[in-house]
Design a protein around this ligand. Structure first.
Ligand SMILES: C[S@@+](CC[C@H](N)C(=O)[O-])C[C@H]1O[C@@H](n2cnc3c(N)ncnc32)[C@H](O)[C@@H]1O
Length: 170
């Protein structure tokens, strides 16, 4: 099996807690890079983030694209499929979606989501089905579910941690 890799892309996610949780899931699901898009300065991992990331950002390759066009140029050059995780009229369900390419999985800002102009530049838009009465999920929850969906069919199965709780053969 050829294992595909994913980068986790945060589009203007603002809350330190959410950033921390996304980092933790990124590491748990064996992501490649963490990419911040649309920020003025590199993300400063203070205590608010680290309480949730468990300082796992130290294990991550982190890149910043202040200008979103530079991000799209970089992803094109490196053959990454841009998959926005977002609710919208043009979104497809993530259930049964086959992740067959190296991909950027992109989640959006807590208040405004991912803007339409940005979504138009993406190759795919996927929504996570919701079954109860709420408008949307928390962004870190959305990222975690999407990363898991990608990783479950695209992992090398070698990440067990001997002597820890997760000492489980995949
Ligand atoms: C709290 S939501 C943004 C809500 C915002 N008020 C809006 O109208 O777009 C933050 C991010 O979580 C993700 N998200 C939340 N629920 C989702 C769902 N059911 N499917 C896919 N993505 C979701 C998207 O990436 C979204 O940009």
């Amino acid at each position: 099996m050829i294992v595909k890799k994913f980068n986790t892309v945060l589009y203007k996610v603002k809350s330190p807690q959410n950033v921390g949780m996304i980092i933790r899931s990124h590491v748990a699901f064996d992501g490649n890079k963490v990419i911040f898009v649309g920020y003025d300065t590199p993300w400063d991992f203070k205590q608010g983030s680290q309480a949730f990331s468990r300082k796992l950002e130290k294990k991550c390759i982190i890149e910043n694209y202040y200008d979103e066009n530079e991000f799209f140029e970089w992803s094109k050059k490196n053959n990454y499929k841009n998959i926005a995780i977002e609710i919208g009229k043009k979104s497809k369900s993530i259930i049964g979606y086959e992740f067959n390419n190296d991909s950027n999985l992109i989640v959006g800002n807590e208040g405004k989501g991912i803007p339409e102009e940005f979504l138009l530049k993406c190759d795919e838009i996927l929504f996570i089905p919701q079954f109860g009465q709420v408008q949307c999920l928390n962004v870190a929850v959305s990222a975690s579910l999407a990363l898991f969906e990608f990783a479950k069919n695209n992992n090398s199965g070698t990440n067990k941690i001997e002597g820890s709780k997760f000492d489980i053969e995949l």
